[in-house]
Design a protein around this ligand. Structure first.
Ligand SMILES: NC(=O)c1ccc[n+]([C@@H]2O[C@H](COP(=O)([O-])OP(=O)(O)OC[C@H]3O[C@@H](n4cnc5c(N)ncnc54)[C@H](OP(=O)(O)O)[C@@H]3O)[C@@H](O)[C@H]2O)c1
Length: 271
């Protein structure tokens, strides 16, 4: 009997795993790949969202897993080790409106676990899997293996007053850069996405149902197009929209105490 790895290798349908692919940007990326003819698997923790994916997109494989639980995550990764894949996107994320000093313990634990610790657990597993596939099977002819993570433009600014969200996304950006260097000899591509505001339901929920006041907010399709372009062009760190990229680049040139003061007075406004 053939293993799943052999089956996928034979039929040459590329397979993408989207961690955090049951809603928002991750789901949009999953659907885009499905439209391109990829076999798609998504992971999320919310049962209602998983049921929704199953009902609306029956050909997408969905897995329930709480990424804040290391053991549960590892057992899912062990299960997925029998399946080959050519691309993994880590889009799972946790964000709130609160500044770092308002974070309660539960939000703080969740944010660190999802944005940083589970990301590292998943990337560690995924890079080992792709390296193993690199040695045993020649997938690169059809599709270069790739690891993609969704950070945030918030992580591109370096200042002491940054929130836990910004600091964990900054760590993700650094880790992705290290993985990119480490996996280059295996011809495995690693891209990190640092986008500005995207008009997803999660962002709208945090803003009483309407996030249109957020600066330079883009729709999800625009974000998907930008991400696909960044993957095609193999951009190490894709920062968009362009307007936000220029602003953050300029801010990063300022002396740190001044940047700290500006962001502190801006971010601490009640709205
Ligand atoms: N929207 C923006 O403005 C924006 C801007 C820059 C960067 N980003 C980043 O983009 C990514 C997606 O954001 P989004 O707006 O699309 O939010 P979203 O719809 O809430 O997507 C987050 C995904 O992560 C999954 N997830 C969250 N906690 C999980 C857990 N404990 N275990 C397993 N899966 C979990 C969610 O599934 P379940 O709910 O089923 O668990 C969902 O599939 C995030 O990393 C975010 O930081 C967003």
């Amino acid at each position: 009997m053939k293993t799943l790895v052999e089956n996928t290798a034979e039929n040459h349908t590329p397979h993408i795993i989207v961690v955090g692919g049951t809603s928002g940007l991750g789901l949009a990326l999953a659907l885009h790949h499905q439209m391109l003819g990829w076999q798609v698997s998504v992971i999320g923790s919310n049962e209602a969202k998983i049921e929704n994916v199953k009902r609306q997109h029956p050909t997408i494989k969905s897995y329930a897993c709480d990424l804040t639980n290391v053991i549960q995550t590892q057992s899912l990764l062990d299960e997925l080790s029998a399946t080959s894949f050519q691309r993994l996107v880590y889009s799972a994320g946790s964000y709130t409106n609160e500044r770092v000093h308002h974070l309660n313990q539960a939000d703080s634990d969740k944010m660190l676990a999802i944005n940083l610790q589970a990301f590292e657990q998943v990337f560690r597993w995924a890079s080992a899997q792709l390296k193993q596939q690199h040695q045993s099977l020649d997938f690169t002819k059809d599709c270069r293996p790739s690891l993609i993570c969704i950070a945030s433009i918030a992580g591109t600014m370096d200042y002491p007053y940054a929130s836990l969200y910004a600091k964990s996304k900054r760590a993700m950006i650094s880790a992705a850069s290290a993985y990119r260097a480490a996996l280059a000899p295996y011809d495995i591509q690693v891209n990190c996405i640092a986008s500005g505001y995207i008009d997803t339901q999660a962002l709208r929920d945090l803003n009483d149902g309407d996030a249109s006041h957020k600066p330079f907010i883009m729709n999800t399709q625009t974000a998907v197009d930008q991400i696909m372009q960044a993957i095609d062009d193999d951009v190490e760190l894709a920062i968009f929209p362009r307007s936000m990229r220029y602003i953050t680049r300029t801010l990063n040139y300022l002396p740190k105490p001044l940047l700290n003061w500006i962001l502190r007075s801006k971010l601490d406004k009640p709205s």
